[in-house]
Design a protein around this ligand. Structure first.
Ligand code: LP5
Ligand code: MN
Length: 244
């Protein structure tokens, strides 16, 4: 019987050339006795399509998540802005359920809104335009029809372009927009939200129409950092997975 708590993580940005981060992630999975693990986007640094599961490294990550499921933990995934091409083959290999972004879940009795977080960064107009394009089914089909090697080159070009664009952006526009946060709370009709993406871990309180709402921002796993959020019927507490 699994413990009655859930674990939330995001922004691991796993990549084969960062084996220490992968090890910390696998260790967290091995140690976890959560009833459910929610991965709220950007599990991978870049996901070029599920056909990369033919390669050993992505297959090993999928297998580790599958073992977690076999030990009785339910696994849920949301797309991030780096792994929006995660598809049915990956979910099937893992035994995971893909959740829409946004989704409201009943988290041990508290309705809770889950998002990756990028949709809340509405001041970043260039990013929102990019997001709309890459979430178009027709764009995704056309891209997935290209050979994997070509997609890997495109992913590198996109990363380079994104890094260059970010250099010229004000830090403020790369954070969530307060009105977008309030609108998301109102639309979901709940008072707790969990998201990642901004790499600014914190617990924020928002006043929405006179009600206090709680917004948890998950940490990224870059540069030896890492962690998540553990929630049960009594509330949520942060989990530290920094390198020792
Ligand atoms: O990711 P990060 O932290 O650097 O910045 C994000 C926003 N950028 C993105 C772009 C992604 O990093 C691109 C990587 C995708 C990898 C997987 C794709 C696999 C597809 C393979 C097949 C094609 O999400 C950044 C935000 C920032 O978060 C903070 O919120 O500001 O937004 C941008 O930088 C948007 C840019 O301004 C515009 C997008 C640049 C990409 C344009 C591609 C052009 C060249 C492509 C050639 C094929
Ligand atoms: Mn992200």
């Amino acid at each position: 019987m699994k413990a009655d708590h859930s674990l939330f993580i995001s922004d691991l940005h796993l990549a084969p050339d960062e084996p220490a981060t992968t090890q910390r992630f696998l260790h967290l999975l091995d140690e976890s006795d959560a009833g459910a693990v929610y991965i709220l986007g950007d599990l991978f640094e870049a996901w070029p399509g599920d056909d990369c599961l033919a390669e050993p490294w992505p297959a090993a990550i999928a297998a580790a998540l599958r073992r977690l499921g076999e030990r009785g933990t339910r696994v849920y995934l949301l797309h991030g802005n780096r792994d929006f091409l995660l598809g049915p083959a990956f979910c099937e290999a893992v035994g995971a359920t893909l959740l829409a972004d946004p989704s409201v879940i009943d988290l041990h009795g508290t309705p809770t809104l889950l998002l990756h977080g990028d949709s809340l960064c509405t001041d970043d107009l260039a990013y929102q335009q990019f997001r709309r394009q890459v979430r178009e089914p027709a764009w995704q089909q056309a891209v997935l029809a290209r050979p994997l090697a070509e997609r890997l080159v495109m992913a590198r070009q996109m990363r380079a372009q994104s890094a260059a664009d970010k250099d010229g952006k004000d830090e403020g526009i790369m954070d969530v927009n307060a009105e977008a946060v309030e609108a998301a709370f109102r639309q979901a009709g709940c008072r707790r939200m969990i998201h990642g993406h901004t790499h600014r871990p914190a617990r924020h309180l928002h006043d929405v129409d006179g009600q206090t709402c709680e917004r948890w921002v998950l940490p990224d796993w870059y540069a030896g950092r890492g962690g998540g959020l553990r929630c049960n019927a009594h509330g949520c507490t942060t989990v530290d997975c920094h390198a020792e």
